[in-house]
Design a protein around this ligand. Sequence first.
Ligand code: NAD
Length: 362
Amino acid sequence: MKPRTVLVTGSSGLIGSEAVEYFDRQGCRVIGVDNNMRRVFFGAAGDTTWNLERLKRATRRFTPENLDIRDRAAMDALFRANRFDLVVHCAAQPSHDKAREIPILDFEVNALGTLNLLEATRQHSPDAVFVLMSTNKVYGDAPNELPLRELATRYDYARPEDAEGIAETCRIDQTLHSLFGASKAAADILAQEYGRYFGMKVGIFRGGCLTGPSHSGVELHGFLSYLVKVAMTGGTYTVFGYKGKQVRDNIHSHDVVRAIDEFAANPRPGEVYNLGGGRANSISILEAIAWVESLTGKKLAWKHVGEPRRGDHICYISDLRKLQRHYPNWRVTFGLGEILKQIVESQAEQLQASRAVPASPA
Ligand SMILES: NC(=O)c1ccc[n+]([C@@H]2O[C@H](COP(=O)([O-])OP(=O)(O)OC[C@H]3O[C@@H](n4cnc5c(N)ncnc54)[C@H](O)[C@@H]3O)[C@@H](O)[C@H]2O)c1
């Protein structure tokens, strides 16, 4: 059988790189698109070159392309040259807070870039499965309307009927999204339309906190990865508002890609799924700090500023029941302990590599 050809955008990022390795391991031909724009957004700390180099060593049939998804002609040429069976779209400006400084760039990458890819798929690979990585920020701050109770180290939902978390039925309009949430909502709705209107095999995953060892964590994006980085390099971590009791559900990048693969095997056009670690993998910032301190054996210097990030979720847990109902073979396989252990190991390796003195030329 001819191997599948897979396009991964954002292939040097957290989810993209996991997808590249996963599909390469399955014997697929994988083409990656990434122009290291994470460095443009977040500076040197966001540079993903280390991950690209790691991927080149770890894969067999991976071709990286230094292309920009905003460049419609380049996307068109890429799709003319290759017939894709699967498109995993992970390239993005991923930060809620960063978008306010770069509204046009944020929209061009997140919304227009997605439209370029959807349309190129429709024109040249209409039978391909297309997966968009969307975000729980499409719900804006509507999840904050649920009644909460305050516990010693975290907030939680007050009513038993909310215990499983936020479902896909949460409304997406008339809430405060941030510009990032708005550009991602535009992409999310466009992708749904390519599924519903054109009948293409498009699926949308609205991520909670996606995490794993391949994140180039920075203050504005990559909660656990950045927390571990600060703990290990000795900076000061800033907690914004809600007394550090705000809760996130964390999912390992491998479990994200497993969900994408399940969808690809049995696509449901235009369907939307919440995708996070669920209640078992939920953690507050205070709890995460304590856990990281015990894992690294280092005391984390942190400070609290009273003002929360605008539109920040107070307690967000992804309701995974729809995804599990449609794809019973999928489940969360990495618990928080294993996730944190892997992030600590990866940060230690990166630190070691950055300290290594390059050999002088002969
Ligand atoms: N990490 C999370 O917690 C999280 C949560 C919810 C949703 N998501 C979504 O999942 C997807 C993947 O997130 P991630 O954490 O892997 O992000 P990431 O920043 O690690 O990876 C994104 C990659 O896209 C690349 N990129 C950005 N703009 C580009 C462009 N114009 N052309 C080509 N490449 C470009 C970047 O260089 C980067 O390597 C994004 O759509 C993000 O919004 C992430």
